[in-house]
Design a protein around this ligand. Sequence first.
Ligand code: KIV
Length: 266
Amino acid sequence: MPDITLTTLHGLKAKGEKITMLTCYDATFAKAASQAGVEVLLVGDSLGMVLQGHDSTLPVTIAEMAYHTACVKRGNQGALILADLPFMAHATLEQSFANCAQLMRAGAHMIKVEGAAWLAETIGLLADRGVPVCAHMGLTPQTVNVLGGYKVQGREHAQAQRLRADAVALEQAGAAMLLLECVPSALASEIAQAVSIPVIGIGAGSGTDGQVLVLHDMLGLSLSGRVPRFVKNFMADQPDIPSALSAYVKAVKDTTFPAPEHGFSA
Ligand code: KIV
């Protein structure tokens, strides 16, 4: 059991304190980030891009996710570990059960799945079986080929309505948390107010209940050279990595990050 639990995160939302999350893929950074006060370490399938050098997250396997989750567990000092189900790992219910079991055995406390209302049954059945689920909505990188690129989602009225309705449906189905990626700030804020579970944002403005960034991005490292507008380089004015991690936690908590220029308009 981590020091930070799902109950802690729900309590932070209830009292209006922002939740801090960062991606993390190894033991050394798990120790540094958790010691800096990062509450949730996300073993994201972004590791396919930032560690493995792929141009998408699609090649990442469940075995690789389990390996990195186990690495993070060894260094973690009390943060909640959230691990991603990679591409196609939740295509069927049976696959979802087996793959969640693998990640939970490796050390995950919660599982993140990309999708929307079509995931309601899966999320409910996983919750019944002891797996808290975070539903990743908006820009879902595993469906980049369907979306036609890494684009802001929810700008059109119908799309925004669907995102709102899906968020409520997934809470009702038993989701423990939501993650919104690249949605207009005003819409993300509305969704965070419409549900009682924590809503974490990336490129979703400051009105969500917490923030996440990819570790390499916030340390000013970029393989592709393309830096999304929602990224802030916390190394820019800090002397070392532990200070940059602490600066990120402070900026999320005191709501100076994200600033309006890190978000998207409708
Ligand atoms: O895989 C990942 O790192 C993620 C974040 C971008 C939220 O899903």
